[in-house]
Design a protein around this ligand. Sequence first.
Ligand SMILES: C[S@@+](CC[C@H](N)C(=O)[O-])C[C@H]1O[C@@H](n2cnc3c(N)ncnc32)[C@H](O)[C@@H]1O
Length: 185
Amino acid sequence: MKRPLEMAHDFLAQVITKDDTVVDATMGNGHDTLFLAKLAKQVYAFDIQEQALEKTNQRLQAAGLTNVQLILQGHETVDQFVSELKAAIFNLGYLPSADKSVITRPHTTIEALEKLCNRLVKGGRIAIMIYYGHEGGDLEKDAVLTYVSQLPQQEYTATIYRTLNQVNNPPFLVMIEKLERYRHG
Ligand SMILES: C[S@@+](CC[C@H](N)C(=O)[O-])C[C@H]1O[C@@H](n2cnc3c(N)ncnc32)[C@H](O)[C@@H]1O
């Protein structure tokens, strides 16, 4: 069976075309940025660590891809760069190869999510990979689940994909889709 991150990529690949603008909200080592850059017209990738931009830049150069803007700012500033997008991905938590005290935080994660939902085109999707084994991870997990659960069902579908029988807080996937048509009732 596919792992949650593979499912996230599959769900996004189903809707992204070469005409689309997309967002990597948590660049890290750039794996998701590279994945998005191969599919989309333009990628905006965010991280607050210089190291993330360096690693991602190397990865993109090696692949010969130039359609990415790397932004050394928090994803909560996404509205300064993007007015409309087809897809976005978050990998919450910390970057394993870097300072583990630099983690995504509930307040800024929700601010970014809200801005991205508002700017998502119809049929667009947001993937949120939730890692919550670290200190503070539970709070962020709960904040995301609470936010996503209250999205109006006439406008969005929100789903969850997670394993039920694994120890050690395995990461899981939350997907949001903005519906093509407003659903009455
Ligand atoms: C789990 S890692 C991302 C892994 C990445 N997707 C990859 O493919 O390697 C989480 C990243 O979020 C970054 N981060 C933390 N707070 C952030 C914020 N407010 N905005 C953007 N990135 C942030 C961290 O610096 C870290 O690199």
